[in-house]
Design a binder for this molecule. Structure first.
Ligand code: SF4
Ligand code: SF4
Length: 460
């Protein structure tokens, strides 16, 4: 009998995680025992399994068949090259959000990276290609392309082709949707691409004002309909601030009308251009969000909803999920402050590696490494590097240094909040361990209770 791994799966090892089943579609790999790994190594379509396997091998095969990790196959039907085992000497990294250019055709008032002013120096084509080689070397399986506006890069399609050549999946395309024409879609079709369009609409009737250019709302909405007509998934981000949040309900209705795949509702973060350009930033928790949750639920969850950086998530079909954790032991010993930052960090146009876009403009940004000077695999191999230390900050580190969080009744769920937020809204050497104001407002203000009251229990 012959078996082979299903196509998305790859056998991988990283420093500290020697036996992994990885997929570009899963942020963290499945950890295998040495025996499971050895059995999967033989699921290559070339190795015959006889009838005299020991019981544990039979058991592993049965589990992997059930989990749709492997399938029976004809002899000599080999798996793909990139599925074969590969060991990376560095720590695990799943993907990156990569800003391939700092250039942008808009000049948004809240831009985290001052896209309209292109304050970073873009890399040369050789440097961009070297970065892609670095991704492969470190074991990166998934890339989200971002900008600025990625369509402003003269190398966009060459970058896409090089990523595909190295079997790195492009999962998201972040765009302001101003330049999506027929030619763009035909380039996608030529390459069989199927990524999530990740765009923005900062409120019906309020988008133009935040984006700083009249008419962009109309263009963006037309592009959203076009994306859906073309059959691609669409995630729309809406960032509200105190003056624009009344538009949240109309924006919900529009998202439903367009038939978006997912809608992410958040707030303008006081970093980058927003510090000087957006006078009334807070709209973190508000009655409009509660009202839209009620409508969303009454409509039977018409799309995926992510409210306030994942504080509450709604799924098509009616279920909800909340960030919960009541396991004191896990909380104390293992939980990192943000799992996303380590598994899928952000790369600025000048190749600076930051834990996420929220760290831009914080005092830490200039201390972080540039990939043109230090390869990604080296950064991820050195657990003592500043970057690794920052993405490895545990909730217990925060509570050890910060009495307010240590004594807080919400610490198990809130975990002290977001580190980028803590850095952006606190001063002094210990700012990194202070409370993140955004989550603090959500939990201490009793907003979570109201959200859960509307949504009901997580499985309803
Ligand atoms: S927020 Fe996006 S669209 Fe706006 S200027 Fe910045 S990079 Fe460009
Ligand atoms: S609610 Fe505030 S004080 Fe409590 S753990 Fe969260 S950030 Fe710390």
């Amino acid at each position: 009998m012959y078996y082979k791994l299903y196509e998305p799966y790859r056998l991988r090892g990283w420093d500290g995680l020697p036996f992994c089943l990885a997929s570009p579609h899963a942020l963290t790999p499945r950890l295998l025992s040495q025996k499971e790994f050895a059995v999967l190594l033989c699921c290559d379509g070339m190795t015959e399994f006889g009838d005299d396997n020991d019981e544990s091998v039979e058991e592993i095969i049965s589990t992997m068949l059930q989990d749709r990790v492997i399938s029976p196959c004809e002899a000599q039907s080999s798996i793909l090259d990139y599925q074969k085992v590969r060991k990376h000497p560095n720590g695990h990294i799943h993907g990156v959000i990569w800003s391939i250019t700092g250039d942008c055709n808009l000049r948004c008032k809240h831009c985290y990276m001052s896209g309209g002013r292109n304050k970073y120096t873009d890399l040369t084509k050789n440097q961009l290609f070297d970065m892609i080689a670095q991704f492969e070397e470190a074991g990166v399986m998934e890339v989200e392309l971002s900008g600025g506006e990625p369509q402003m890069s003269p190398y966009l399609w060459e970058i896409v082709d090089e990523l595909l050549r190295r079997n790195i999946v492009i999962s998201h395309f972040h765009t302001n949707a101003m330049l999506l024409d027929d030619e763009f879609f035909s380039e996608m079709k030529k390459r069989n691409l199927f990524w999530m369009f990740d765009s923005s609409l900062d409120g019906v009737g309020t988008h133009d004002s935040l984006r700083g250019t009249p008419g962009v709302e109309k263009t963006a909405i037309a592009a959203f309909y076009k994306i859906r007509e073309q059959g691609y998934p669409l995630l729309v981000n809406s960032k509200f601030h105190a003056d624009s949040v009344p538009a949240a309900l109309d924006t919900y209705a529009l998202m439903k009308g367009i038939g978006v795949t997912a809608w992410k509702v958040s707030f303008v973060f006081p970093i980058g251009e927003a510090v000087s350009n957006v006078s009334s930033v807070p709209a973190i928790t508000c009655d409009e969000y509660l009202e839209l949750l009620k409508r969303y639920k009454a409509d039977g969850n018409p799309f995926e909803l992510n409210l306030i950086e994942g504080v509450a998530k709604g799924y098509r079909g009616g279920s909800f999920a909340f960030w919960e954790n009541d396991k004191e032991d896990v909380f104390n010993q293992q939980r990192v402050s943000c799992g996303l930052c380590r598994n899928r960090p952000y790369i600025l146009p000048d190749s600076t590696l930051v834990p996420c876009i929220g760290w831009v403009s914080t005092p830490v940004q200039k201390l972080l490494p540039k990939l043109i000077n230090m390869p990604l695999s080296e950064i991820y191999a050195d657990s003592g590097s500043l970057f690794r230390k920052l993405v490895g900050i545990k909730v217990s580190d925060i509570t050890e240094q910060n009495a307010e969080c240590r004594d807080c009744e919400h610490k198990l769920t809130c975990g002290g909040g977001c580190r980028a937020d803590a850095l952006a809204t606190n001063h002094g050497n210990d700012a990194i361990y202070r409370r993140g104001m955004m989550m603090c407002g959500v939990y201490k203000g009793g907003f979570m209770e109201k959200v859960q009251e509307i949504c009901g229990n997580r499985a309803n």
